[in-house]
Design a protein around this ligand. Sequence first.
Ligand code: SF4
Length: 821
Amino acid sequence: MSSRQGGTSMRLSRRRFLKVSSAMGATAALAGRTAPALGARPTSPASRQERWVPSVCLQCPAGCGILVRVVDGRAVKIEGHPRHPINEGKLCPKGHVGLQILYDPDRIKGPLQRVGPRGAGRWQPIGWDEALEQVASRLRQLRQRGEPHRLLFMSGRNRGQMGGFIDRFVAAYGSPNHVGHSSICADGSPIAHYLTQGFKAYAGYDWDRTNYVLCFGAGFVEAWRPTTRLLRAYGHLRRGRPIRAKLVQIDTRFSVSAAKADEWVPINPGTDAALALAIAHVILTEGLWDRGFVGDFTATASRFRAGEAVPSDAFMESLTFGLVAWWNHVLKDFTPERAAVITGVPAATIVRLAREFATTRPAIAAGERGASMQTNGIYNRMAIHALNALVGSIDVPGGVLVQVSPPLKRPPAVVQDDIAKAGVKQPRIDYAGTARYPLAGKVYQGLPEFILGEGPYTVDTIFLYYTNPLFSSPAADRFRRAFEQVPFIVDFTPFLSESAEYADLILPDHTYLERWHDDIIYPSLGYPVVSLRQPVVEPLYDTRSTGDVLIQLAKAIGGSVADSFPWRDYLEFIRDTFQGLHEAQTGTIVAPSFAAFWDRLLQEGFWAHPPYPFGQWERVLHTPSKKFEFFSQALQHKLEELADQEAARRQVSREQALEDMLRGLALQARGEAVYLPHYEPIRYAGDPKEYPLLLNTYKTMAHAEGRGANSPWLQQIQGLHVGVRWDSWVEINPDTARALGIRDGDQVWVESPLGRLKTQAKLYPGAMPQVVNIPFEQGHTAYGRWAKGRGVNPNAILVNETDHLGGLAAFFSTRVKVYKA
Ligand code: SF4
C-alpha cells in the first residue's frame, strides 16, 4: 500500500506484532516499507517479504480484530488479533474464509454497464470516469427537476461511520430515503430498548459475570452477535470461573445453542411475551423482585396477588416507572397456567424458571431475532427486557449494559441548498415513523409495494450498498418486479448478486481486505472500541471504495453537495473524525500528536477505553421519566402525537383517530395495555386446514447473512448437524414425517400460499411436531460459482408480514404443507 494511504505502513512479524501490541503504550517505530507488487514471486524463501497486518473482519458486523499474514504481497492467512477486546485472538469459521472472499474468482473486476435486459447477465466494461459521469449527470438532472427525493439509497452492512456517511450523502443531495436493512434483521430489540430505556440500539451484556441466562430465540453459540465474544463468554460462563452459570435456551427448535445449554425449553413460535409475562407474574406474586431497583409497597403487609389489582399509590417505585399499571392491566391475570396454554411450556416449568431467574442473580434475560422478528416482535422484546428490570439487572455487573459511544470528532454540518432542503422535507418512500409504522426508522421489506405504486411518489434511482434485497427479503420476488419498474439502479457490490443482476451500472467496491474503513464496536462490551480496517493488500482489480466513490460523486454533482464532502477520500474522512480519539487523550492509545496516534493505531489495529462506567443513570435511563419504563411514555407520546395529526387531518376526535390507528396496526390491545409489555397473538398467513405446519427459518454458524454461500469452506460446514453440505434441507419431526409418509432423505415439496420449494427432508427429533425448519444462506440464482444453483432460499415462499408498530419483517408468519416430491 502506498505511504499516502497508510501513513506509516509496516513490516511486522507475528511474534514482533504480539510483542509490540502487548506493550500497549510503547511508541515503537517500525520500519515502513511498501508492499511488493502483486504477483511478484520470491526466488527463495530467504527473499520473501512477509508481514502481519492488523485489520478488521467484515464477514459479519461483530468487528473482530484480525491479523493477516501477507507474503510477497499476497494475503495467505487470517488469524484472530490476540489483543482485540471483542475476540481476543479467536475467529469464527466465517472469519477464516476471508481469503476466499478476496480471491473469489467470480469477483467483479471493474465497472460494468448492463447491455441486455435486467437479469439477463449481459454486461460491458465501462471506465470509472464515464460511469461516474453517467451517475452524476442523472443525479444533477434529478435535482434540476426539483426531485432529489426520488433517489433511494438502500444499504446493508454499514460498519463504522459508513451509515452516517450515506445519511450525509442523501441529506446533502436532498433525499429523505436512506433505507437500511435492519427492519429485515433484528430491529425489534433496539426499539424495545428505546421504549423502556430510551436508547435505540442493541444492548451489551456482561456475560462474564452473570450467573443465569434466559435466552429467548437467539442463537447464542451459533448465529448471534458478536459471535466470537459469545463463544468466549459461553466457555467462561460454564468452565472459566468457580460458579458455573446456567444457560436456558428458549427456542422453537433444538438448535446447537439449545444442545449446548443446560436446559432447552421448547416454545410455540411467537409466544415469547406470554412466557416472559408469566415469569414476571411469578416474580411479583412470590415477592422476588429487586427492591433496590424497582421499589416496594408502602405498607409491609401488601402483596401482589393473582387476579387482584393494586392501588396506584400502594407501591413506591425507585428506578422504574409503571409497575403497578403493568400489574393491573397485564400481569395480574397472566398466570403460569394461562401462559402454559399459549406457549406450550408447562406451568411448573414456568414457575421454576421464574424462581431460578430471580434468585440466581445477577441474571440476564436476552432475546433476539427468533423473538423479535414476529408480528408481535416489539411487545415480545419489551416483555423479555422488562424481566431484567424486575431483578435489578440494568447497568450492574453481570447485567445489561448500554454501549458507550467513542469520542469521535463530529464532521462539519451538512450543507444544503434550497433544492436539498425541499427534498428532505418530502415524506419518506417507506412511511417509516408515520401512523402506518409509528416506531419504524425504516421499512425495507415494504419497498416493493411502495415502489410499485403505494408510495407517495415514484422512485427514479436506487443505490445499493452491501445489500441484496432480491435474495434476502421475505417474498423476495416482489423486489424483482419492483426493480423492473425503476429507471436507474446502481450497485456498489464486489460480487454479481441477484440484485446486482438487476442494476444498470455496477461500481464495484473493494473487498474488506483491500480498503480503508473504520469499525465501531457492535454493542457488547459496553466500553468504546474503535478499530481500523486497513488494506492488507493492494486492490486486486479496478475497484474503488464506495466511500471514495460517494465523495467523487458529490464533487461531480457540485454546489452544496460537493461542499458537504470536503475530504479528498474516505481515508481522510476517517482520519479527520479520529482526531477526536486522539484529542480525548485517554484509552489504550495516548500520543503527543495525531501523527503519532495514527501510527500507533496502524500498528495496534484498535483504540479502546475500558472499563465500562457503571451507574451513569442519566445515560442508561434516557426515558421521559428518567427511569426504566414498564409503561412506555415514549410509545404513548408517539401514538398520541400521530393520532392528533390524523384527527386534525380527518376532522375526527383523537380517540377515533387512535382507534383507527390501532386497528391499522392490527393490535388487539386497547387502553393502557397498548403502552405496556403484553401478549399479542401472532398473525399467520395461510389457512391452517390447507397449510397445517409452521415454517421456521434459522441461521447456522456458517451463515454470513446471505453473503457466505460463495465460500467453499462455509459450504462444507453449512449443515454439519444434519450431515448436509452444499445444499439445503427441511427439518421435520419424525412423528410428523411418519404421518406424512416421508422418510429421511426424501425429496419433498414445502409449499406456502406463495409458492413451493423442493428440498430434502431431514427427520429431526429437535423439530417441534407442528414446525418445520429451513436454514437460510442457500438458494442463490447468482453470486458466483460456489453459491449459484445450490439448495433453496426459504425467502421465496415467506409471506411479507410485518410488525406494523415497528416496521419489522415477520419471518415466522408463514404456514406451509409438506409432501413428497
Ligand atoms: S464473529 Fe463476525 S467479525 Fe468475528 S470472525 Fe466471525 S464473521 Fe468475522
